[in-house]
Design a protein around this ligand. Structure first.
Ligand code: TRP
Ligand code: ZN
Length: 900
């Protein structure tokens, strides 16, 4: 086992491999408690690197035998190190043979080779391969793999690995074997095997160049009726990558396997993607619209990695955003295109709105998760300079901010320029392990553009603040916009330099329509212009304007920054009513809501009555009832900003005050607008069988939101509607939406509804996850109800809960710690003792999951002094435990060291 006090690994310490492994032959004799792995490595000296011994990593595995060129190595040629073995080799090449023994049944980390429901599965990213065999387990070691699997025929009838199946057959003793060959060299983190009892949904399709390929989605028997959407998503992803980037599937066979026990979302192993079953299985009765959308985007994400990640991979783990930021950007574009295309039947405006709604979703995630990370003790650039445990750096910064950085390149260079850069990237680097500089260099070269200053986005942590000051001169009919930028210090980075910030600008006239824009020294008009802020302060002049305009800045969220606007309430209401940019219109509504909520929290702090301003209710009503706007957009605009985001926006985070403010606002908007909500509810009913479609999903979202507000306000007719919807639903979006409204109300019938739901889905693990998450995240609308912590404790003892299953942990504990701040941060501090107990219990089994749970308290220094005192004690308590994993140790150390 790895334990704490891991040294920091530095990006600047990179040294190329002294020995390349040009071929690896692996043989697995699979057994639940004693699997024997034999490997043969063909090593070739790398003339371009300094001479050094062959370094093999190994972790928690037993070495049985090792030979060099068929003989035992001399004792002084081989050395055990803290993390593996070093072998001194002579000559230009060598053949190493290694036998190891592993116990998959004892592997609770879900990294390396492990068991799930009787089957064998692997997870090797980032450093799991070293838990299988001794190997140069780093991403620049690109190797051709051949893999032979032997297992029990009865329990493991299906034997899969990367690439093409070249041989299979029976063996003695009820066993069988299969041999797979991957024609493409790959790093060990992309290796995978599956040996289990599964069935597959199959399709044969042709690639753009006319090659027939076999697609398979492997699931447990009984789940085939839930595999269709994942298969459709895969086919759509293939088509999109062919059309958008000219990239084709390069294998004859592509497989997706669903597994119930998985630390993350999914994994892009070459030709054998392994997925958390949550991102594969869907049918109308068990999956919500959001589940359908997530499956489509995760399937696409992993498929897109085949080019951005696998064909061209990372030189070292510091470059993780090279594949992740780029692939998230690609999956976001894909989903927007798919949603837009589906919505097209409703007209061009419907298509544009569907795309905007997707953008809003993505920005919500960024602002909630990534901005908080960037403001806390774990703040790091999208390309970090150091880490202790790489698993801690699969973060919102590397993924989501990384995707925003790629999006800015796309915005600055245009779709065509970006495509040219991608083409150049593949022409130079196919089959290589490269760096983020290599990628940006291709973008620069293909477009004849200097991107040196742009590269600062890769090195600077923290969210830049942009301010805007406008000045209209009636005499010269010109408007001067002065923008400033400033990035606050982050741990280890006291000073920041100006970044290249693309700002999409529109100017709105007094009648609410966009004014044609003329930037000084350019004479083609348009209503949105892209300006580039590259200095700490810069002015831009717009000419030929007859009126003082209202600026609409950062349209479409053109850069991952915090735009500090001093718009007054009237201006926000004006942009909420008129901004032609859907994103900014939504943003104006969110800013106005935020302002009202923070004012209500201040009222609560001062013991004043909590009064919602009429002007806000009017603006909210106008937006909600504007039938020219698509229902999905209205549902987005009428949903309050996330609680976690609002906590970040409070000068001193106080979850109790914030919750009081949110409850007061929900009650007011539910009650004062009850007629409007009920009308919307009636008007937007979706008839006919369920289909996953943005138009239907938007209507369902708006109706469910109506139920939520009405139930919160205790409006009798609203509660009746929720009960009726819950009593006879045929799709999970409506069933769960009604249940969620009932649970988040003071209505006593909520317990009976929870029981009904539990009974109906008793045997459905994924649906039960929703049931756990809903209860852990519930607000206490009834002041007499018991604290949610009591319920969470009770649910941990439920026979359907299991601390061994990451989905269950994230559903119950993750929802409580992250989605329910007011209940987690109860004044008596009981939540923190519970948190520490759970982190420690999880850490003994699965450090990756423990570390994710531990991160729920990393921003503790932003809270009230009472909270800080109590959290501090528990952080110290966790830190003092002997044998803490490096994963959790890194998080706790940083939380304790890097205050703010
Ligand atoms: N590369 C995977 C993705 O982005 C992420 C991933 C899956 C992962 N499983 C993991 C990362 C385990 C670290 C550990 O889709
Ligand atoms: Zn990824």
């Amino acid at each position: 086992m790895k334990t704490e006090n891991a040294p920091s690994i530095l990006r600047s310490d990179y040294v190329p491999l002294a020995w390349r492994i040009d071929h690896l032959d692996l043989h697995f004799n699979l057994d639940p408690v004693a699997t024997i792995v034999k490997s043969r490595l063909r090593c070739v000296r790398n003339a371009l690197a300094p001479a050094a011994p062959l370094r093999l990593f190994g972790e928690d595995i037993e070495l049985l035998d090792l030979t060099v060129n068929g003989a035992q190595p001399a004792p002084d040629a081989i050395r055990r190190t803290a993390d593996g073995i070093e072998i001194a080799l002579e000559g230009e090449s060598a053949e190493i043979e290694i036998a190891t023994r592993i116990d998959p049944s004892a592997n609770t980390t879900l990294s390396g080779l492990y068991l799930s429901r009787g089957g064998f599965f692997t997870q090797c990213e980032a450093e799991g391969f070293r838990r299988i065999t001794f190997f140069p387990d780093r991403p620049d070691a690109m190797t051709r793999f051949t893999v032979t699997l032997e297992a029990d025929t009865a329990t493991c009838p299906v034997l899969l690995s990367n690439g093409n199946l070249i041989e299979q057959g029976p063996l003695d003793g009820g066993r069988h074997y299969a041999r797979w060959e991957d024609p493409f060299p790959k790093p060990s983190y992309l290796f995978a095997l599956v040996a289990a009892n599964l069935v597959s949904l199959e399709r044969r399709v042709n690639t753009a160049s006319g090659r027939e390929v076999l697609l398979q989605v492997w699931v447990e028997d009984g789940n085939l009726d839930r595999a269709g959407h994942a298969m459709d998503s895969l086919i759509h992803s293939m088509r999109w990558d062919e059309e958008t980037f000219g990239l084709e599937l390069d294998l004859d066979r592509f497989m997706i396997v669903a597994v119930s026990d998985f630390n993350m979302g999914a994994m892009e192993n070459k030709g054998l993607n392994i997925f958390n079953s949550k991102y594969v299985l869907a049918k109308p009765d068990t999956a919500t619209d959001i589940d359908y959308e997530n499956i489509e985007s995760v399937v696409a994400h992993e498929y897109f990695h085949n080019w951005t990640g696998n064909r061209v991979t990372c030189r070292d783990w510091f470059q993780l955003t090279l594949k992740e930021g780029l692939t998230v950007f690609r999956d976001q574009q894909f989903s927007a295109d798919m949603l837009g295309r589906m919505a097209e039947a409703g007209g061009e405006a419907a298509a544009a709105s569907a795309r905007a709604v997707k953008r809003i979703d993505d920005v919500r995630v960024l602002r909630t998760a990534q901005f908080a990370e960037d403001a806390g003790p774990m703040a790091h650039p999208i390309r970090p300079d150091s880490y202790q445990e790489i698993n801690n750096f699969y973060t919102a910064t590397v993924y989501e901010k990384g995707a925003e950085v790629i999006r800015m390149l796309h915005t600055l260079l245009g779709a065509e320029g970006f495509r040219n850069g991608m083409d150049l990237y593949f022409s130079y680097h196919d089959g290589q392990a490269v760096t983020c500089d290599d990628f940006v260099d291709c973008m620069a070269e293909a477009n004849g553009r200097d991107l040196d200053q742009f590269m600062r986005w890769y090195g600077q942590a923290g969210t830049p603040r942009v301010t805007a000051q406008g000045h209209y001169d009636a005499e010269s009919r010109s408007y001067t916009l002065t923008l400033t930028q400033h990035t606050p210090p982050t741990p280890g980075q006291p000073e920041k330099l100006p970044l290249v910030i693309p700002v999409a600008v529109g100017l709105i006239g007094p009648d609410g329509t966009d004014l044609p824009l003329r930037l000084q020294a350019d004479n083609h008009g348009a209503t949105t212009k892209l300006i580039e802020l590259t200095e700490a302060e810069q002015s831009f002049e717009f000419t030929d304007l007859d009126f003082e305009p209202v600026p609409s800045l950062l349209r479409g969220f053109s850069a991952p920054v915090i735009l500090e606007l001093d718009d007054d309430d009237a201006r926000l209401a004006f942009r909420m009513a008129h901004d032609s940019d859907a994103f900014n219109r939504w943003d104006a509504a969110q800013r106005y809501a935020e302002r009202v909520i923070l004012a209500l929290a201040a009222d609560a702090a001062a013991g004043r009555p909590l009064a919602v301003p009429d002007a806000f209710v009017s603006a909210f009503r106008a937006l909600l009832t504007n039938d020219a706007l698509d229902p999905a957009f209205r549902a987005q605009a009428a949903a309050l900003p996330a609680e976690a985001y609002l906590l970040e926006r409070m000068t001193v985070a106080d979850p109790a005050l914030l919750r009081a403010a949110l409850m007061a606002l929900m009650r007011e908007l539910g009650g004062a607008l009850s007629d409007e909500w009920l009308t919307l509810y009636r008007k937007h009913e979706v008839t006919g069988p369920y289909r996953y479609h943005p138009a239907d999903a938007g209507r369902r979202a708006l109706r469910n939101l109506a139920l939520k507000y009405l139930a919160a306000a205790g409006v009798g007719e609203g509660l009746e509607r929720a009960h009726a919807q819950f009593a006879r639903f045929d799709n999970m979006t409506e069933g769960f939406g009604a249940l969620a409204a009932l649970v988040n109300s003071a209505n006593p019938a909520r317990e009976a509804a929870l029981d009904t739901f539990h009974r109906r889905y008793r045997d459905d693990a994924l649906v039960l996850d929703k049931w756990f998450a809903l209860q852990a995240g519930a607000w206490r609308w009834n002041a007499e109800a018991a604290p949610v912590l009591e319920r969470v404790r009770r649910l941990m003892g439920d026979p359907d809960f299991s601390i061994e299953n990451p989905n269950k942990v994230y559903a119950l504990l993750g929802s409580f710690f992250r989605a329910n701040p007011a209940e987690f941060h109860l004044p008596d501090g009981s939540g923190y003792v519970f948190w520490a107990d759970q982190v420690l219990a999880l850490d003994r089994r699965n450090p990756q999951v423990a570390s994710r749970v531990a991160r729920a308290l990393e921003s503790w220094r932003r809270f009230t002094p009472e909270i800080r005192d109590r959290v501090g004690v528990q952080l110290e308590r966790v830190r003092s435990v002997v044998g803490l994993s490096p994963d959790v140790a890194e998080i706790i150390d940083k939380a304790l060291q890097n205050g703010r």
